[in-house]
Write a protein that binds this ligand. Structure first.
Ligand code: SAH
Length: 373
């Protein structure tokens, strides 16, 4: 993580092949020389860094829970590869396990390819201004914009440091495969290698779904309990469909919490592969089947349908999701920003479904929706 990369900054500046920063004193250059920079780029020689292939500029801002989405949106305008949000953790279980701490600010990061130093400098300036406007709107305070250099060569393993063993809800533990965890009696431990696919447990929408799944399990809706409302017809283990499975995190949680059979579909072949590999890691290859696809899956009906997508997709796919759900079954619809909730609710209500429960974290909402029997 940033420890490793920032350590490399100073030494690489002395790279003899790197042009000296005094290059920017070119009289034709309209911009002020780098040395006069204040703010996030003050200590960074962009021209020198750009001369080293595979160098990226990492921008980071600490943002309060409520400001995360807005800050993320601003950073993403400068970073085509998108942003990542690392929530603050509190350590529990003698410091061995983390739990997301929503009371402390999260770290929003974006990476800009460092090819054209002038363009990067402009982009950083824009980000700074837009963050300034955001503050002026009276949102909760956000931290200063910080910048550091990251080298691709260090990156392959560096990202792993961002993933602790994570406890979610009461029983669910996400264990990155390269970490160890001492299991507590009730723990439901998911071993996960997120790789390139979405779904690490760090994103609020994934956490909401996991909390909701735990609640379904507690009410016997995934099987193994009485379930006259929303569960399986006979109270036996549920058949579950996971639409947009990403890393497979929800499929694995559903299987560990009692589901008998899980079909995981995703339009992204990388996600399908990640889901299959993670299912094997958890010895669930016989329970979870992953394939390319979407809703309707053509293999319904399912007792429970999980859909952690985004509002517009939930609305577009509503017919298919309902088709996949048996009467009396439960749909978890997540990935909904609060200002889109009404539209999503309407999409399901016009199809005869009923919202029975709602989970929120920051701006995000997950809905438990029932198809009447
Ligand atoms: N279920 C995981 C990942 C959610 S991210 C979690 O909860 O963390 C959303 C996933 O939906 C991505 O992997 C994306 O590839 C997939 N996706 C996007 N559009 C889709 C569609 N139309 N049908 C099915 N999956 C889709």
């Amino acid at each position: 993580m940033s420890d490793g990369s920032s350590g490399a900054e100073g030494s690489d500046a002395s790279d003899p092949t790197a042009p000296d920063s005094s290059d920017t004193s070119d009289p034709t250059a309209p911009e002020a020389p780098a040395a006069t920079d204040t703010g996030p780029l003050a200590d960074i020689d962009l021209a020198a860094a750009a001369a080293i292939p595979g160098t990226w500029l990492e921008l980071s801002v600490a943002a309060d829970h409520e400001a995360v989405e807005a800050v993320s949106e601003i950073l993403s305008r400068a970073a085509p590869g998108g942003t990542s949000v690392e929530p603050a953790f509190e350590l529990v279980e003698e410091g061995l396990v983390a739990r997301v701490d929503l009371a402390r600010p999260a770290m929003v990061r974006a990476h800009l390819p460092l090819l054209d130093p002038i363009a990067v400098r402009d982009a950083v300036g824009r980000v700074e201004r837009e963050l300034g406007h955001l503050q002026a709107f009276g949102l909760r305070p956000i931290g200063d914009l910080a910048a550091s250099l990251v080298y691709e060569a260090d990156w392959a393993n560096a990202w792993k440091a961002h993933f602790p063993v994570l406890r979610i809800g009461r029983r669910i533990v996400i264990r990155p495969t390269w970490r160890r965890h001492r299991r507590q009696p009730d723990d439901v431990v998911l071993a996960l290698d997120p790789g390139m696919a979405f779904g690490t447990g760090l994103h609020p929408t994934t956490r909401l779904c996991l909390a909701a799944l735990e609640s379904l399990a507690d009410r016997g809706l995934l099987g193994g309990g009485a379930s006259d409302d929303g569960g399986t017809p006979d109270g036996g283990p549920a058949r579950v469909l996971d639409v947009g499975s990403g890393s497979g995190i929800l499929s694995i949680a559903a299987a560990l919490l009692g589901a008998r059979e899980v079909l995981a579909v995703d339009v992204d072949p990388i996600a399908v592969e990640a889901t299959a590999a993670n299912a094997r890691r958890n010895r669930l290859a016989r329970v979870i089947r992953a394939r390319e696809g979407s809703a309707p899956s053509g293999e319904g009906p399912f007792d429970v349908v999980l859909a952690n997508l985004i509002a517009s997709l939930l609305i577009t796919l509503a017919d298919g999701l309902v088709e996949d759900l048996r009467p009396g079954g439960t749909l978890l619809a997540s990935g909904v920003l609060e200002n889109r909730e009404a539209a999503v609710v309407e999409a399901f209500e016009v199809r005869g479904l009923v919202v029975v429960e709602r989970w929120t974290e920051g701006d995000w909402v997950a809905l438990e929706v029932r198809r009447p029997a």
